[in-house]
Design a protein around this ligand. Structure first.
Ligand code: AMP
Length: 197
């Protein structure tokens, strides 16, 4: 598993990770892997994993690391990830970073870059309020949104320091038109020598 581009998107809920993941995935020709989407799919289909994850998701809490790490191992071992991948919403905790590090080391691979999408909390709360109307996601209810932002600050924001210490982070202003934000990301990646094939 040593060829291809391996990207990670990190940022608060509502920063536009999912939207940018679609754009970057098509630009780089790698699968976009969203643990949130995989969990939602499992909840919808009432799988064993979905039944275990649902209460955490509805409350806006992280699903336990053990479940999430197993899920991502499974997904990354799929042959479509052999030529690179883009992770959206994983890792979210220090334990998940350790798991991903071990996985990559065992597969003789490394992350190329961590893209941090920066967005003001007031802006993301408003974006998620609109998404709640548009998509009806149960965890976009306002009080759950506020809790998800707290969980992000407490458990996920510290990961940015870990990746910054490794020199892996590019911070991108996530506010603006979709194409504008994608352009900023592509330019920052090109500066680091990471270009779409
Ligand atoms: P997202 O679509 O990334 O906002 O994720 C929606 C929900 O799925 C989160 O609020 C968590 O309950 C769960 N989830 C997604 N990714 C993870 C993860 N890496 N670790 C733990 N829980 C997660």
């Amino acid at each position: 598993m040593s060829s291809g581009t391996r990207l990670l998107l990190i940022g608060p809920p509502g920063a536009g990770k999912g939207t940018q993941a679609v754009e970057l995935s098509s630009a780089f020709g790698v699968p976009a892997i969203s643990t949130g989407d995989i969990f939602r799919h499992n909840v919808k289909n009432e799988t064993e994993l979905g039944l275990k994850a649902k209460a955490f998701m509805d409350a806006g809490d992280n699903v336990p690391d053990s479940l999430t790490n197993d899920l991502i191992t499974d997904r990354l071992e799929n042959p479509d990830c052999a030529g690179g991948f883009l992770l959206d919403g994983y890792p979210r905790t220090p334990d998940q970073v350790r798991h991903l590090d071990d996985f990559l080391a065992n597969h003789n691979a490394a992350l190329d870059v961590v893209v941090q999408l920066v967005a003001d909390p007031d802006v993301v709360v408003e974006r998620l309020r609109l998404r709640a109307i548009d998509q009806g996601r149960s965890d976009d209810d306002e009080s759950v949104v506020r809790h998800r932002l707290d969980v992000y600050q407490e458990q996920t924001a510290p990961l940015i320091d870990i990746f910054t210490a490794r020199g892996a982070v590019v911070a991108i202003d996530g506010i603006g038109e979709i194409t504008e934000v994608t352009g900023r990301i592509m330019a920052a990646l090109a500066e680091r020598g990471i270009t779409a094939a």
